[in-house]
Design a protein around this ligand. Structure first.
Ligand code: GLV
Length: 330
Protein backbone atom coordinates (compact mmCIF):
# COMPACT_ATOMS: atom_id res chain seq x y z
CA UNK A 1 0.00 0.00 0.00
CA UNK A 2 1.45 3.42 -0.89
CA UNK A 3 2.33 5.56 2.12
CA UNK A 4 -0.43 7.94 3.17
CA UNK A 5 0.28 11.66 2.88
CA UNK A 6 1.47 13.24 6.13
CA UNK A 7 -0.41 16.13 7.73
CA UNK A 8 0.00 18.32 10.79
CA UNK A 9 -2.96 19.13 13.04
CA UNK A 10 -1.42 22.22 14.56
CA UNK A 11 -3.70 22.68 17.59
CA UNK A 12 -5.76 20.37 19.79
CA UNK A 13 -9.08 19.51 18.20
CA UNK A 14 -11.93 17.02 18.69
CA UNK A 15 -10.48 13.46 18.97
CA UNK A 16 -13.14 12.27 16.50
CA UNK A 17 -11.81 14.70 13.89
CA UNK A 18 -8.23 13.49 14.44
CA UNK A 19 -9.43 9.88 14.12
CA UNK A 20 -11.21 10.67 10.88
CA UNK A 21 -8.09 12.32 9.48
CA UNK A 22 -6.06 9.24 10.50
CA UNK A 23 -8.16 7.16 8.11
CA UNK A 24 -6.62 9.15 5.24
CA UNK A 25 -3.32 10.49 6.52
CA UNK A 26 -0.28 9.94 8.62
CA UNK A 27 -1.26 12.48 11.29
CA UNK A 28 0.99 14.41 13.63
CA UNK A 29 -1.22 16.22 16.09
CA UNK A 30 -0.86 18.43 19.10
CA UNK A 31 -2.95 17.09 22.00
CA UNK A 32 -1.05 19.32 24.45
CA UNK A 33 -2.28 22.32 22.42
CA UNK A 34 1.12 23.99 22.32
CA UNK A 35 1.04 27.21 20.29
CA UNK A 36 4.05 26.80 18.02
CA UNK A 37 6.53 29.55 17.43
CA UNK A 38 7.26 30.21 13.77
CA UNK A 39 10.44 28.09 13.99
CA UNK A 40 8.51 25.22 15.60
CA UNK A 41 5.75 25.46 13.01
CA UNK A 42 8.29 25.34 10.19
CA UNK A 43 9.90 22.30 11.80
CA UNK A 44 6.60 20.48 12.46
CA UNK A 45 5.50 21.06 8.86
CA UNK A 46 8.59 19.27 7.45
CA UNK A 47 7.43 16.48 5.15
CA UNK A 48 3.75 17.39 5.57
CA UNK A 49 1.47 17.75 2.57
CA UNK A 50 -1.28 19.41 4.56
CA UNK A 51 -1.93 21.41 7.70
CA UNK A 52 -5.04 21.76 9.84
CA UNK A 53 -4.66 25.23 11.34
CA UNK A 54 -6.46 27.78 13.48
CA UNK A 55 -6.01 31.53 13.71
CA UNK A 56 -2.88 31.07 15.80
CA UNK A 57 -0.76 29.62 12.96
CA UNK A 58 0.62 32.23 10.59
CA UNK A 59 1.23 30.74 7.15
CA UNK A 60 3.45 33.19 5.28
CA UNK A 61 6.10 33.18 2.56
CA UNK A 62 8.83 32.10 4.99
CA UNK A 63 6.86 29.10 6.27
CA UNK A 64 5.91 28.15 2.71
CA UNK A 65 9.46 28.50 1.36
CA UNK A 66 10.75 26.24 4.14
CA UNK A 67 8.12 23.63 3.26
CA UNK A 68 7.83 23.41 -0.53
CA UNK A 69 6.08 20.01 -0.23
CA UNK A 70 3.03 21.64 1.42
CA UNK A 71 -0.12 21.51 -0.74
CA UNK A 72 -3.00 22.61 1.46
CA UNK A 73 -3.61 24.65 4.61
CA UNK A 74 -7.09 24.25 6.10
CA UNK A 75 -8.11 26.86 8.67
CA UNK A 76 -10.71 25.99 11.28
CA UNK A 77 -12.08 29.56 11.16
CA UNK A 78 -13.94 31.71 8.69
CA UNK A 79 -11.39 34.52 9.07
CA UNK A 80 -8.04 33.84 7.46
CA UNK A 81 -5.90 36.87 8.19
CA UNK A 82 -3.33 34.38 9.55
CA UNK A 83 -2.76 33.26 5.95
CA UNK A 84 -0.81 35.26 3.39
CA UNK A 85 -3.10 34.25 0.55
CA UNK A 86 -0.95 35.79 -2.19
CA UNK A 87 2.06 33.82 -0.91
CA UNK A 88 -0.02 30.61 -0.71
CA UNK A 89 -1.24 31.06 -4.27
CA UNK A 90 2.26 31.86 -5.53
CA UNK A 91 3.52 28.68 -3.84
CA UNK A 92 0.67 26.61 -5.31
CA UNK A 93 -0.75 25.93 -1.84
CA UNK A 94 -4.52 25.70 -1.52
CA UNK A 95 -5.93 27.62 1.43
CA UNK A 96 -9.39 26.85 2.84
CA UNK A 97 -11.61 28.26 5.63
CA UNK A 98 -14.92 27.38 7.31
CA UNK A 99 -17.63 29.81 6.20
CA UNK A 100 -21.41 29.27 6.50
CA UNK A 101 -21.36 26.64 9.26
CA UNK A 102 -20.72 29.34 11.87
CA UNK A 103 -22.85 32.17 10.48
CA UNK A 104 -25.96 31.84 12.65
CA UNK A 105 -24.07 30.93 15.83
CA UNK A 106 -21.73 33.90 15.44
CA UNK A 107 -24.68 36.18 14.70
CA UNK A 108 -26.45 34.93 17.87
CA UNK A 109 -23.38 35.86 19.87
CA UNK A 110 -22.88 39.21 18.19
CA UNK A 111 -26.47 40.13 18.91
CA UNK A 112 -26.22 38.88 22.50
CA UNK A 113 -23.02 40.85 23.08
CA UNK A 114 -24.64 43.97 21.66
CA UNK A 115 -27.64 43.47 23.97
CA UNK A 116 -25.45 42.78 27.00
CA UNK A 117 -23.56 45.98 26.21
CA UNK A 118 -26.66 48.14 25.71
CA UNK A 119 -28.37 46.77 28.86
CA UNK A 120 -25.23 46.78 31.04
CA UNK A 121 -25.48 43.10 31.91
CA UNK A 122 -21.84 42.44 32.84
CA UNK A 123 -21.46 45.61 34.87
CA UNK A 124 -24.67 44.99 36.84
CA UNK A 125 -23.83 41.33 37.39
CA UNK A 126 -20.45 42.27 38.86
CA UNK A 127 -22.20 44.78 41.13
CA UNK A 128 -24.57 42.08 42.37
CA UNK A 129 -21.74 39.57 42.94
CA UNK A 130 -19.84 42.17 44.94
CA UNK A 131 -22.81 42.34 47.33
CA UNK A 132 -23.52 45.97 46.50
CA UNK A 133 -27.20 45.47 45.64
CA UNK A 134 -29.13 46.77 48.62
CA UNK A 135 -32.25 48.34 47.09
CA UNK A 136 -34.11 49.21 43.89
CA UNK A 137 -33.38 52.62 42.41
CA UNK A 138 -35.11 54.38 39.52
CA UNK A 139 -31.85 54.92 37.66
CA UNK A 140 -29.98 51.77 38.59
CA UNK A 141 -28.08 50.48 35.54
CA UNK A 142 -30.31 52.26 33.08
CA UNK A 143 -29.03 51.47 29.60
CA UNK A 144 -30.34 52.08 26.11
CA UNK A 145 -33.09 50.27 24.23
CA UNK A 146 -32.26 47.75 21.56
CA UNK A 147 -35.78 47.30 20.13
CA UNK A 148 -36.69 50.08 17.75
CA UNK A 149 -33.16 51.53 17.79
CA UNK A 150 -30.88 52.03 14.79
CA UNK A 151 -28.57 49.07 14.21
CA UNK A 152 -25.44 49.94 12.26
CA UNK A 153 -23.46 47.14 10.64
CA UNK A 154 -19.95 47.67 9.33
CA UNK A 155 -19.20 44.69 7.05
CA UNK A 156 -22.39 43.26 5.55
CA UNK A 157 -21.25 39.74 4.69
CA UNK A 158 -23.01 36.56 5.76
CA UNK A 159 -22.65 37.21 9.50
CA UNK A 160 -23.49 40.91 9.18
CA UNK A 161 -26.67 40.03 7.31
CA UNK A 162 -27.60 37.41 9.91
CA UNK A 163 -27.21 40.00 12.70
CA UNK A 164 -29.22 42.52 10.66
CA UNK A 165 -32.03 39.95 10.25
CA UNK A 166 -32.18 39.44 14.01
CA UNK A 167 -32.37 43.18 14.57
CA UNK A 168 -34.92 43.98 11.88
CA UNK A 169 -37.23 40.99 12.16
CA UNK A 170 -36.93 40.20 15.85
CA UNK A 171 -36.44 43.62 17.44
CA UNK A 172 -37.98 46.10 15.02
CA UNK A 173 -34.64 47.84 14.49
CA UNK A 174 -33.88 50.20 11.66
CA UNK A 175 -30.85 48.73 9.86
CA UNK A 176 -28.16 50.81 8.20
CA UNK A 177 -24.91 49.37 6.89
CA UNK A 178 -21.67 50.14 5.20
CA UNK A 179 -19.72 47.62 3.18
CA UNK A 180 -17.20 47.49 0.33
CA UNK A 181 -20.12 46.88 -1.99
CA UNK A 182 -23.83 47.45 -1.70
CA UNK A 183 -26.11 44.39 -1.40
CA UNK A 184 -28.51 43.63 -4.23
CA UNK A 185 -31.94 45.19 -3.63
CA UNK A 186 -33.55 41.78 -3.06
CA UNK A 187 -31.25 41.19 -0.09
CA UNK A 188 -31.77 44.65 1.36
CA UNK A 189 -35.56 44.68 1.03
CA UNK A 190 -36.64 41.90 3.48
CA UNK A 191 -34.77 43.59 6.33
CA UNK A 192 -35.25 47.16 5.13
CA UNK A 193 -31.47 47.65 5.22
CA UNK A 194 -30.21 51.02 3.99
CA UNK A 195 -26.73 51.36 2.53
CA UNK A 196 -24.97 54.47 3.87
CA UNK A 197 -21.48 55.92 3.77
CA UNK A 198 -19.23 55.27 6.74
CA UNK A 199 -19.67 58.77 8.20
CA UNK A 200 -23.47 58.38 8.20
CA UNK A 201 -23.17 54.94 9.77
CA UNK A 202 -21.02 56.29 12.59
CA UNK A 203 -23.26 59.28 13.13
CA UNK A 204 -26.64 57.52 13.05
CA UNK A 205 -26.07 54.11 14.63
CA UNK A 206 -27.38 53.62 18.16
CA UNK A 207 -25.65 50.26 18.22
CA UNK A 208 -22.74 49.74 15.84
CA UNK A 209 -21.62 46.15 15.20
CA UNK A 210 -18.35 45.33 13.41
CA UNK A 211 -18.37 42.21 11.26
CA UNK A 212 -15.76 42.96 8.59
CA UNK A 213 -12.65 40.92 7.76
CA UNK A 214 -9.29 42.12 9.06
CA UNK A 215 -6.78 43.28 6.45
CA UNK A 216 -4.33 46.14 5.99
CA UNK A 217 -7.25 48.24 4.75
CA UNK A 218 -9.46 47.53 7.80
CA UNK A 219 -6.66 48.07 10.34
CA UNK A 220 -7.97 50.63 12.86
CA UNK A 221 -11.12 51.19 10.79
CA UNK A 222 -12.47 52.41 14.14
CA UNK A 223 -9.98 54.80 15.76
CA UNK A 224 -10.17 58.09 17.61
CA UNK A 225 -11.54 59.99 14.60
CA UNK A 226 -14.33 57.48 13.99
CA UNK A 227 -15.25 57.19 17.68
CA UNK A 228 -15.54 60.98 17.78
CA UNK A 229 -18.26 60.81 15.11
CA UNK A 230 -20.44 58.41 17.15
CA UNK A 231 -23.23 59.52 19.48
CA UNK A 232 -22.32 59.70 23.19
CA UNK A 233 -25.21 57.28 23.84
CA UNK A 234 -24.05 54.76 21.20
CA UNK A 235 -22.56 51.31 21.76
CA UNK A 236 -19.87 49.55 19.75
CA UNK A 237 -19.65 45.76 19.42
CA UNK A 238 -16.73 43.94 17.77
CA UNK A 239 -17.07 40.26 16.85
CA UNK A 240 -14.78 40.54 13.83
CA UNK A 241 -11.05 40.73 14.60
CA UNK A 242 -8.72 42.55 16.89
CA UNK A 243 -6.91 45.36 15.12
CA UNK A 244 -10.05 46.63 13.38
CA UNK A 245 -10.55 48.79 16.48
CA UNK A 246 -7.75 50.90 17.94
CA UNK A 247 -8.17 49.53 21.46
CA UNK A 248 -6.23 52.38 23.12
CA UNK A 249 -8.47 54.98 21.42
CA UNK A 250 -11.55 52.96 22.39
CA UNK A 251 -10.46 52.76 26.03
CA UNK A 252 -10.03 56.55 26.08
CA UNK A 253 -13.47 57.10 24.50
CA UNK A 254 -15.10 54.74 27.02
CA UNK A 255 -13.28 56.34 29.94
CA UNK A 256 -14.39 59.83 28.87
CA UNK A 257 -17.91 58.55 28.04
CA UNK A 258 -17.62 59.81 24.48
CA UNK A 259 -19.52 56.62 23.64
CA UNK A 260 -21.69 54.80 26.16
CA UNK A 261 -20.30 51.28 26.10
CA UNK A 262 -18.57 48.57 24.09
CA UNK A 263 -18.81 44.80 23.72
CA UNK A 264 -15.61 43.13 22.61
CA UNK A 265 -15.00 39.50 21.71
CA UNK A 266 -11.71 40.21 19.91
CA UNK A 267 -8.68 42.32 20.82
CA UNK A 268 -5.50 43.74 19.37
CA UNK A 269 -2.72 41.32 20.32
CA UNK A 270 -5.13 38.83 21.94
CA UNK A 271 -5.08 36.92 24.24
CA UNK A 272 -3.53 40.04 25.76
CA UNK A 273 -6.16 42.72 26.43
CA UNK A 274 -5.41 46.43 26.60
CA UNK A 275 -4.99 46.92 30.38
CA UNK A 276 -7.27 49.93 30.56
CA UNK A 277 -10.18 47.99 29.07
CA UNK A 278 -9.95 45.62 32.03
CA UNK A 279 -10.50 48.50 34.46
CA UNK A 280 -13.51 50.11 32.76
CA UNK A 281 -17.07 49.29 33.84
CA UNK A 282 -18.72 50.13 30.52
CA UNK A 283 -17.22 47.36 28.42
CA UNK A 284 -18.28 43.72 28.15
CA UNK A 285 -15.29 41.48 27.46
CA UNK A 286 -15.40 37.91 26.13
CA UNK A 287 -12.48 35.70 25.02
CA UNK A 288 -13.07 35.27 21.25
CA UNK A 289 -15.94 32.80 21.61
CA UNK A 290 -18.52 34.04 19.08
CA UNK A 291 -18.57 30.71 17.21
CA UNK A 292 -18.19 28.61 20.35
CA UNK A 293 -21.13 26.23 20.55
CA UNK A 294 -20.41 22.52 20.60
CA UNK A 295 -22.36 21.91 17.40
CA UNK A 296 -20.73 24.77 15.50
CA UNK A 297 -17.19 23.99 16.61
CA UNK A 298 -17.76 20.38 15.53
CA UNK A 299 -19.10 21.54 12.17
CA UNK A 300 -16.08 23.83 11.70
CA UNK A 301 -13.63 21.01 12.53
CA UNK A 302 -15.40 18.64 10.16
CA UNK A 303 -15.44 21.20 7.36
CA UNK A 304 -11.72 21.85 7.78
CA UNK A 305 -11.18 18.06 7.67
CA UNK A 306 -13.41 17.78 4.55
CA UNK A 307 -11.23 20.39 2.87
CA UNK A 308 -7.98 18.62 3.76
CA UNK A 309 -9.24 15.21 2.71
CA UNK A 310 -10.63 16.42 -0.61
CA UNK A 311 -7.54 18.50 -1.41
CA UNK A 312 -5.14 15.59 -0.86
CA UNK A 313 -7.23 12.73 -2.28
CA UNK A 314 -8.25 14.22 -5.61
CA UNK A 315 -11.65 15.52 -4.50
CA UNK A 316 -13.16 18.98 -4.66
CA UNK A 317 -12.56 20.95 -1.45
CA UNK A 318 -15.88 22.52 -0.40
CA UNK A 319 -14.65 25.93 0.73
CA UNK A 320 -11.42 27.01 -1.00
CA UNK A 321 -10.17 30.58 -0.55
CA UNK A 322 -7.86 30.52 -3.57
CA UNK A 323 -9.55 28.04 -5.95
CA UNK A 324 -7.26 29.21 -8.77
CA UNK A 325 -4.64 26.93 -7.22
CA UNK A 326 -6.88 23.94 -7.94
CA UNK A 327 -7.50 25.09 -11.52
CA UNK A 328 -3.72 25.28 -12.01
CA UNK A 329 -3.34 21.65 -10.81
CA UNK A 330 -5.78 20.20 -13.31
C1 GLV B 1 -13.26 33.12 14.28
O1 GLV B 1 -12.85 34.16 14.68
C2 GLV B 1 -13.33 32.76 12.90
O2 GLV B 1 -12.78 33.49 12.06
O3 GLV B 1 -13.91 31.72 12.60
Amino acid sequence: MPAQPAILVARAVFPETVERLRQHFDVEHNPDDTIYTKAQLIERLRGKAGAFTTGSERIDAEVLAANPQLRVVANMAVGYNNFDIAACTAAGVLATNTPDVLTETTADFGFALMMATARRMAESEHFLRRGEWTRWAYDMFTGSDVHGATLGILGMGRIGQAIARRGALGFGMRVIYHNRSRLPAEQEAPIGARYVDKATLLREADHLVLVLPYSASSHHAIGAAELAQMQPTATLTNVARGGIVDDAALAAALRERRIAAAGLDVFEGEPAVHPELLTLPNVVLTPHIASATVATRRAMAELAADNLIAALTGGTPPTPINPEVLAGRR
